[in-house]
Design a protein around this ligand. Structure first.
Ligand code: ADP
Ligand code: MG
Length: 466
């Protein structure tokens, strides 16, 4: 019972009710139209019969006068009230001939069509509607001719019965359908609710089971599951970061602490003391750099929309990065090649973030490319796939299996143990890419790594950079 009450409260049930009401209205309308059309036809036939009867009697009256009329009326009216009704009466209303026992009260003999309700003895004295016309004859005698409208009454009765049946059926079937539909829908919603409750209770791995029907509730369930996947992914990412931060900070902090402790214990030698303090400051700077990088990533990830975006020329950006890393590359025995088209390669974005991302890619390239290698920096105009910034090197590259992993925070490949860094560079590039709706693609440059920052297609030509 409580389930039924809950069902009745659902929006599906209300919708079903509405549709039943509409169907019922249509049924009533159609039957009413049928009745109108048929009744008009029946009326026409009744009127024609009455007119024919009047013609016949008028003819007889004209030829043989009142006695002839009385004879014909007596002939034509049986003892019972048939569908044709006759009455010849004296001026005072005394019946002379006909099948009506008395002159109807308040019927005036003025040749105007009138509607009467006459008791029909053949039908238990029930009232029958009759169309009648009354005439005044010579000497004040009166004549009444009428046609019973039984057919019309019968028709109305039949239509009313059918209407009752059809309406009843529509109602029953409609309500049953409504209950069925809302029960199905409610079950699916209950499944979603149940999953949500279990998730609230703590198990983020719960998913809404799909009914497999592909209807809107199934799509809702699929979207919810997608959302849960994303949340779980983000939570996992957060946990990984917290773990990594804790882990990565512990070593340098412990080192710092030991160094300071030892300096304090040794005392005495001011030179040793100063060296220990200088080393500690360096250690602190490294820690601060890591925090800065983490904050930068978090900031890029948290921001959304195009606030603060301006047209940026990827060509100019590549040139600046090449200038910036030129000296370091030269020192490491690496050549830098710049491939930039004459016309600007404009994208909409944050100049600062894009410069940081490009610098990180260039930094990796310089770090991982052996002496004698080469780095190429390129800006590609939109050729259908969207404009791109490309940084390629001739170093060891990243094995395909690790290309997803290196984008995570603090992930450094074993091969890079010897190089400085905290495994945050590519994470920032990835965050910056996402902030710009761009994709970071790592490819095999055979040999080496090619990092492509592919921006969304511009569609409209972007405004030229200032
Ligand atoms: N150009 C490259 N060639 C080879 N390996 C690379 C290159 N760029 C990045 N990697 C690998 O990806 C890892 C993550 O890079 P990154 O996030 O920039 O961190 P970091 O540079 O601090 O190590 C690096 O440790 C390295 O193993
Ligand atoms: Mg790096």
């Amino acid at each position: 019972v409580s389930e039924l009450r809950a069902l009745v409260r659902t929006s599906w049930f209300r919708l079903a009710l509405l549709s039943v009401a509409v169907q019922a209205a249509v049924v009533v309308f159609v039957l009413a139209a049928v009745y109108q059309l048929t009744a008009a036809d029946v009326d026409r036939r009744t009127d024609a019969a009455l007119a024919a009867e009047i013609d016949l009697l008028a003819d007889e009256y004209a030829r043989r006068g009142l006695p002839g009329l009385v004879r014909v009326v007596a002939d034509r009216s049986g003892s019972e009230l048939g569908s044709l009704i006759y009455l010849v009466a004296t001026p005072r209303g005394q019946p002379v001939a006909g099948n009506l026992s008395h002159w109807p009260a308040d019927l005036r003999a003025d040749r105007r069509p009138a509607m009467l309700q006459l008791a029909d003895p053949a039908r238990d004295g029930r009232a029958v509607p009759v169309s009648a016309i009354a005439f005044t004859l010579t000497g004040g005698y009166r004549l009444l001719v009428g046609v019973a409208r039984t057919e019309r009454v019968e028709l109305q009765r039949r239509i009313e019965t059918s209407a009752a049946w059809i309406l009843g059926l529509t109602l029953v079937l409609g309500l049953a359908g409504g209950v069925l539909v809302s029960r199905r829908a409610m079950r699916q919603v209950e499944r979603i609710n149940g999953t949500a409750a279990r998730i609230v209770a703590g198990d983020l791995r719960e998913r809404v089971p799909l009914a497999g029907t592909g209807d809107e509730l199934d799509r809702l369930a699929r979207n919810l599951n997608g959302m849960l996947d994303r949340i779980e992914h983000l939570m996992a990412g957060m946990r990984q970061v917290t773990d990594a931060v804790a882990h990565d900070m512990r070593t340098p902090l412990t080192r710092l602490r030991t160094r300071l402790e030892r300096a304090a214990a040794e005392g005495g030698d001011p030179d040793a003391m100063r060296r220990a303090l200088e080393e500690s400051v360096e250690e602190c700077d490294r820690l601060l750099a890591v925090f800065r990088a983490l904050l930068g990533i978090a900031e890029a990830e948290a921001a959304s929309g195009e606030a603060g975006f301006a047209p940026v020329d990827l060509g100019r950006l590549a040139e600046e990065i090449a200038d910036l890393y030129g000296p370091a590359a030269e020192e490491a025995g690496i050549s830098i090649h710049l491939r930039v088209p004459v016309e600007p390669v404009a994208v909409l974005g944050s100049r600062e973030l894009l410069a940081q991302a490009a610098a990180n890619l260039a930094d990796n390239a310089v770090k991982h490319t052996p002496r004698g290698g080469r780095i190429s920096l390129a800006a590609e105009p939109d050729r259908g796939e969207g404009p791109a910034l490309v940084v390629a090197d001739t170093g060891p590259g990243i094995p395909e299996a690790d290309r997803g992993r290196v984008l995570q925070r603090f992930v450094r490949l074993d091969a890079s143990r010897g190089t400085p860094g905290h495994g945050l560079g590519l994470s920032l590039v990835e965050a910056v890419a996402r902030r710009h709706g761009a994709r970071l693609v790592l490819e095999d440059a055979g040999p080496g790594l090619r990092a492509v920052l592919r921006f969304p297609r511009t569609g409209r030509p972007p405004p030229p950079p200032p």
